[in-house]
Design a protein around this ligand. Structure first.
Ligand code: MG
Length: 218
């Protein structure tokens, strides 16, 4: 199966791909706050504590009801919701600095096509470098989203020479032949034979990108 992305979005520059949710926007934190109110908080945790414990709202055992799952799917498709998401502190500042070393060639997100314009508005409002946004096509269901994304990233190599992403499941969905460099923004490092640089915060991402690309692109 070809992921068919190149027909949808033209990538003009060679450079890095960047994820959005949990890389630039603290989407899960916003979700957790709302879901505590709507679907309960039996452990009496703050939104941050829930995210620290479970990483993603999909992993919270008491938010697995049909209603909660439906709510999450609705929010994925909500233009209004995307526009209000909190920024991960300094991600905009560091991504602009990275853009001076190596261009941000595309944002690659599992968000559906439906919220592309709202996503662009949010990136613009927060001063991110502008680049094409690759969203998940309607025909790809949420459950296959990370696999789809890994496939897109593989197909776009070497135009997209590497990417910044928090998701270990995207990295695990790449084939062993993928040659790009992955800056994995996550407190939990991943072990793999692929070229992964584990980065605990945005300052580390910036330093690692600088070390890796500065000589090649100057
Ligand atoms: Mg993400």
């Amino acid at each position: 199966m070809k992921s068919d992305t190149r027909s949808l979005v033209q990538i003009n520059e060679t450079g890095l791909g960047v994820d959005i949710d949990e890389t630039l926007s603290w989407t899960v934190g916003r979700w957790a706050k709302e879901m505590q109110k709507l679907f309960g908080n039996p452990e009496n945790l703050s939104a941050k504590e829930i995210v620290d414990k479970y990483s993603y709202t999909q992993n919270v055992p008491y938010w697995q009801s049909e209603k909660a799952l439906k709510w999450m799917e609705e929010k994925r498709n909500s233009t209004k919701f995307q526009k209000e998401l909190p920024l991960i502190e300094n991600s905009n500042h560091f991504l602009n600095k990275i853009n001076e070393i190596i261009p941000i060639a595309a944002y690659i997100t599992i968000r559906p096509e439906l919220v592309r314009a709202a996503t662009r508005d949010w990136l613009q409002k927060n001063g991110f470098p502008m680049a094409p946004i690759i969203c998940r096509p309607d025909k790809v269901p949420t459950k296959d989203a990370n696999k789809w994304k890994a496939q897109v990233i593989e197909e776009l190599y070497p135009k997209i020479v590497g990417f910044i992403d928090d998701s270990s499941s995207v990295i695990e969905s790449l084939s062993k032949n993928y040659k790009g460099t992955i800056f994995h923004y996550n407190k939990t490092p991943i072990k793999t034979k692929l070229k992964v640089v584990n980065c605990k915060d945005w300052e580390t991402i910036y330093e690692e990108v600088r070390k890796f690309f500065e000589k090649k692109y100057k």
